[in-house]
Design a protein around this ligand. Structure first.
Ligand code: PLP
Length: 415
């Protein structure tokens, strides 16, 4: 079958997201999975979800909401009210259920939001989503209905002691970017694990307000939950901020639950789109999580189990990497959140795509860094010198994968 529509040209093609998800789903047994964005299987967390499933199965009303009826097009009404009340109580944000919509994973929230806000318009030139700090999340790359919907600016690199570095925003570069419809950042950032400070977030919000556009904050890994932020406690919401959250990194990616917190007109637009595209989002994740959010158990789980778990795994992965790459010019982005390490091999002679291929041939899946520069037109050699690894899977497998990275990097440098 040949698809000849513009829609097909945009969406039926080999994208980075497709490669990543196919790698994830099609890996042969024994593959070391350091690619993809699957969260860890944390027994103490899964025990809570298993308990919730038993409670749902035993309660006809919860079961009705879980699987036996359509939700409203904005998502399960009870869960939306609980999210609003919990975040209002914890952060003092003036929220009601009318500020909350659910989507089929937060990935589909970005599809909807980017196309609602940016692209061709009746009232002037096509407008774009500004990603102020590249590298940024691969999943933004291809969601636009039209080409050229993203524009980004490369980060400044700050070298830190002990072989670490950190990306910094270059605010002076952002003021003059034309035709901006919204500013969007992931925090923590996928791929680097960078966490913008609250002050930087407030500054981005002021910039967005001056330009009359919203600030989209992608908190898939961050606060309010799952809160995988190691260095920074604060977060931000106001009526100019569109806060995108997810249940995936809490350990429930298969429930495909995204949560958008925003001013009412944004929520109404997402709700209308949901009705057309999907009738309603799924409710399974919402029904599992709702009482845990209402009674504070989720907060405790995030603070006492999930965040310390990933912090410990991150320290362990850094140690393994340093050992595997001793003597090589490896730099690691300071791990401030999420569950990735972002490796920079300055001057890597074979480029990151070839390093990815050589590792894949050895049964080690990672992600080549070049995927993570959506909307960046300039010719930055840095984008071919980086790898992203996910350190959340079984420790022995992560250690073996890191060992292979060390060997292949050594071979690449001829060291
Ligand atoms: N945002 C970021 C930064 C991500 O890394 C991901 C997934 O890995 C998503 C959004 C989308 O997650 P989901 O659609 O599972 O909510």
């Amino acid at each position: 079958m040949t698809f000849t529509t513009r829609f097909a040209r945009r969406f039926v093609r080999a994208t980075g997201a497709l490669e990543l998800m196919q790698d994830l789903a099609g890996a042969a047994p024994g593959t070391h999975m350091l690619g993809g964005g699957n969260p860890a299987r944390i027994p103490a967390v899964e025990a809570v979800y298993a308990r919730r499933l038993a409670e749902i199965a035993a309660d006809p009303e919860q079961f009705r909401r879980f699987a036996a009826s359509y939700a409203a097009p904005g998502g399960d009404a009870g869960f939306r009210a609980t999210v609003a009340a919990a975040l209002a109580a914890r952060h003092g944000w003036p929220l009601t259920a009318r500020n909350v919509a659910l989507t089929g994973g937060s990935q589909s929230a970005f599809f909807t939001l980017f196309n609602l806000l940016a692209g061709e318009a009746d009232d002037g030139p096509a407008r774009r989503i500004l990603l102020p700090l590249a590298p940024e999340y691969i999943g933004y790359t291809d969601v636009g209905l039209s080409e050229g919907m993203l524009v980004s600016r490369r980060a400044a690199i700050e070298e830190l002691p002990d072989g670490f570095f950190k990306y910094r925003l270059r605010f002076d570069e952002l003021e003059s970017v034309p035709d901006v419809a919204a500013i969007c950042v992931s925090r923590p950032t996928n791929p680097s694990g960078n966490v913008l400070s609250l002050e930087e977030l407030v500054r981005l919000d002021s910039l967005a307000r001056r330009r009359g556009v919203p600030l989209i904050v992608d908190a898939a890994y961050g606060l309010p939950f799952p809160g995988i932020q190691f260095t920074e406690e604060g977060t931000l919401w106001n009526d100019n901020v569109v806060l995108c959250m997810s249940l995936s990194k809490l350990g429930l990616p298969a429930t495909r639950t995204g949560i958008v917190i925003a001013a009412e007109p944004v929520i109404e637009a997402i709700t209308a789109f949901n009705a057309t595209a999907a009738l309603a989002p799924g409710s399974t994740g919402a029904v599992i999580i709702e009482p845990l959010l209402a009674n504070g158990e989720l907060d405790t789980l995030c603070r006492e189990v999930i965040r310390p778990y990933y912090a410990a795994r991150s320290r362990q992965a850094v140690d393994w990497l340093r050992e595997a790459c001793a003597g090589l010019p490896l730099r690691i982005h300071r791990p401030e959140g999420a569950f990735f390490l972002w490796l920079w091999f300055p001057g890597l002679p074979i480029g990151s795509r070839e390093l990815y291929r050589r590792l894949k041939a050895r049964g080690v899946l990672v992600l080549s860094g070049h995927h993570f520069f959506p909307g960046l037109d300039d010719d930055w050699s840095h984008r071919d010198e980086c790898l992203r690894i996910n350190y959340s899977q079984a420790p022995a497998s992560v250690a073996a994968g890191i060992g292979a990275i060390g060997e292949e990097a050594r071979r690449a440098y001829g060291a």
